[in-house]
Ligand binder design. Sequence first.
Ligand SMILES: [Zn+2]
Length: 356
Amino acid sequence: MYSVHTIQQLLLAARYAGSDVTLTQGGGGNVSVKSSDGKIMFIKASGYTLNEVSPEGGFVETDRYAAVSALRDLDRSDKSRSAIQDEFSTLLGKAAITDQLRPSIEAGFHAILPGVVIHTHPVYINAFLCMKDGVNLLKTICDCNHPVVDYYPPGYELALMVDKEYGKLNTKSGGIYLLNHGFVSWAETAEDAARLMDNVETSAKIYLGELKPKGHEPSIKTDEITSMIRNTGFTGSLHVSSEGFVTEAAFDNDLAAAVLNPLVPDDAVYNYGRIFTTDGKTLPDLPEKFILIVKNQGIIIGAPTGRTIKNMEETLTAHIMVRRLINGRGVPVELPQEEIDFITGMESEKFRSALK
Ligand SMILES: [Zn+2]
């Protein structure tokens, strides 16, 4: 059984985490709340955005201890990384009490942490988490000496490391930095978990200064490019981006080259291998989902649905913001190729990138 209060807490957490593209982008980030006896976890469903969490849906009622057991009791012997991940994902799916929907791939660490849990991919914090020695710098600028988990892929491996760090803390509220990924906070109430996260993000933002787009005006020859793309047989949706940060990639060759290399898992999930550049005269071979940088003109995004386009655009916005925030301050740390390959091959991430 759960109370109205529990669901209200889930909605509050989702509203906070989904409030701004600088906190979460696309289907990324997630929130969860435990029932008062701790046995049930309500968590954002995989394939839904935080803004789609409502009293009617977008979340999954999950057997919390089944999710914890999926993590701690999984028999890893003689299994490959991806086999372990797939098995964990299947077990998490079985922990769901509500049928049809599936808990977020990050449900493992949500189940471990107590109370209300908020996990975001905040750009001002991520500028430090994707920069060489950045997290040590971050800890000196605010009262935010939280533990750090090195980069591990979302799912089994990351949850296991969060379990290890939380085991040392065992506190009712706290935060953990996830390198090349984001931040997670927990507390007894949604307000306190949000406050904890906001304290770090605001300190990071004050230190780095609020980033503004450089103000390039897109001058993309929409009709021309669109008909060229349609002539290749592309039947999906097309969107000319007017997002200021995204547009910058058309006017900065170094940035256009840099964004090919993922900094965080969602860069790999949504955009890896899908970003192309053209001079506007000839087209590269385009897959069914693509971001086309038209040099000195602008950006056009194509995908089967407008929803996927939005996820790709928001993920690229965050990526460009993080790159710009690091620029001149430090050295960006990109995801290693084997980690990119691992993520793009993950069955559960494929599920998420194919958002319903
Ligand atoms: Zn995440």
